[in-house]
Design a protein around this ligand. Structure first.
Ligand SMILES: NC(=O)C1=CN([C@@H]2O[C@H](COP(=O)(O)OP(=O)(O)OC[C@H]3O[C@@H](n4cnc5c(N)ncnc54)[C@H](O)[C@@H]3O)[C@@H](O)[C@H]2O)C=CC1
Ligand SMILES: CC(C)CC(=O)C(=O)O
Ligand SMILES: [Mg+2]
Length: 370
């Protein structure tokens, strides 16, 4: 029996529209196979929204998200703003306001080492084979949201956290660990930062509710090194906003590309699904960006909508694209395939499984990654 869902879609800037188009193609394949009906409502966010309305998050876009069962987000950011330190309105404000207004406090970022891509990582195969980490990054507090400004001869960014903000994401991280390898690593800088000392205090308190989970506390500088040296030690990483932002981009090297890492940004009322990468402006309009992070984010959205078999199918199709070498340039030893060709492969695989491969002439692709 098919279901009906309202899905918000915010493509944003740079490669955002291209990777989102492939995720929608894949969701369409899922819907036709399972008889679901997804109705999409599109909205502007980021630089494109500033260009249209002067506002990086127009009210209309926020309303679309509030009305949706869940929504997809591409990326924001444009060099014309990045290169202007005095710009009053910035694309990033749209994303930050979206997360804050909708209370999307937990950014969940899974990191997987796919067997078929082990050779693409600069890290040694024996170090990364089997890596399976999930980062729980606090998303609506900390230094990104504190008061900021200029003084006569300097600038400041304040970092604050409340007990409540720490406790609610800590519970999610421990609950996730209960279904995994039962280990949480709190990443902080408690030797220096007062906010990090509060994180340690609160997380140790929350840990008492989860006696089956082991908790380790690690300074962020060491964690950044351990991520390269011995990533298999991590199961669930729990951390504040900025450290989670940085450590998860670093962790993407394990998977072979930033273009592979999806995420879910969840709150109590709604959830947004977004690749962890940015707008990659150098690739915008060239049909070369990897769409798999966004497609895998759509799979996380299907999980959230309780369409579990459908999410599994999408992940199986993505694994098949990696296995068959149907990959974009970031994962290829030559130019690789185009963004839309990879999206086609995943959508066709959902429709026809392995049979679709023979029709897709992917022999050349195999040679790209071997
Ligand atoms: N969630 C968001 O919307 C984010 C937005 N940004 C914004 O994006 C703009 C560019 O920022 P950058 O620091 O260059 O980060 P970025 O994530 O856009 O790109 C960094 C590098 O990662 C690789 N990459 C990223 N996405 C890829 C994909 N789908 N396929 C293949 N390779 C990929 C490319 O080598 C690229 O040069 C800035 O305006 C920044 O503020 C940055 C991070 C997150
Ligand atoms: C606007 C930034 C905080 C976006 C970013 O880098 C991220 O969320 O990963
Ligand atoms: Mg980031």
């Amino acid at each position: 029996m098919g279901v009906k869902k309202n899905i918000g879609v915010l493509p944003g800037d740079g490669i955002g529209p291209e990777v989102i188009a492939e995720a929608i193609k894949v969701l369409d394949a899922v819907c036709s196979k399972y008889g679901h009906k997804f109705t999409y409502a599109y909205g502007h966010v980021g630089a494109v929204a500033i260009d249209h309305t002067g506002n990086p998050l127009p009210d209309e876009t926020l309303a679309i998200c509030e009305r949706s069962d869940a929504f997809l987000f591409g990326a924001i950011g444009d060099p014309k703003y990045d290169n202007d330190p005095k710009a009053k309105v910035r694309p990033e404000q749209g994303l930050l306001k979206l997360r804050k207004s909708l209370g999307l406090y937990a950014n969940i970022r899974p990191v997987t080492a796919y067997d078929s891509l082990l050779h693409m990582s600069p890290l040694k195969t024996e170090k990364i084979k089997g890596v399976d980490i999930v980062v729980y990054r606090e998303l609506t507090g900390g230094i990104y949201f504190g008061e900021k400004g200029r003084t006569e001869d300097g600038a400041f960014d304040h970092c604050t956290y409340s007990n409540y903000e720490i406790d609610r994401i800590a519970h999610l991280a421990f609950q996730s660990a209960q279904n995994r390898k039962k280990h949480v690593t709190l990443v902080d800088k408690a030797n220096v930062l007062e906010t990090s000392r509060l994180w340690r205090e609160r997380v140790n308190e929350v840990a008492k509710d989860y006696p089956d989970i082991s908790l380790e506390c690690m300074f962020v500088d060491n964690a950044a090194m351990q991520m390269i040296q011995n990533p298999k030690q991590f199961d669930v990483i729990l951390t504040e906003n900025m450290f989670g932002d940085i450590i998860s981009d670093e962790a993407s090297v394990i998977g072979g590309s930033l273009g592979l890492l999806p995420s879910a940004s969840v709150g109590d009322k709604t959830a947004m699904f977004e690749p962890i990468h940015g707008s990659y402006p150098q690739a915008a309009g060239k049909n070369i960006a990897n769409p798999l992070a966004t497609i895998l984010s759509a799979a996380m959205m299907l999980d959230h909508l309780n369409l579990i078999d459908e999410a599994i199918e999408v992940r199986q199709a993505v694994s098949a694209s990696l296995r068959h070498g149907m990959v974009t340039a970031d994962l290829a030893r030559n130019d690789g395939y185009s963004t839309d060709r990879v999206g086609d492969f995943v959508a066709n695989y959902i429709a026809d499984g392995e049979d679709s491969c023979s029709q897709q002439n992917i022999q050349a692709g195999i040679s790209t990654i071997i």
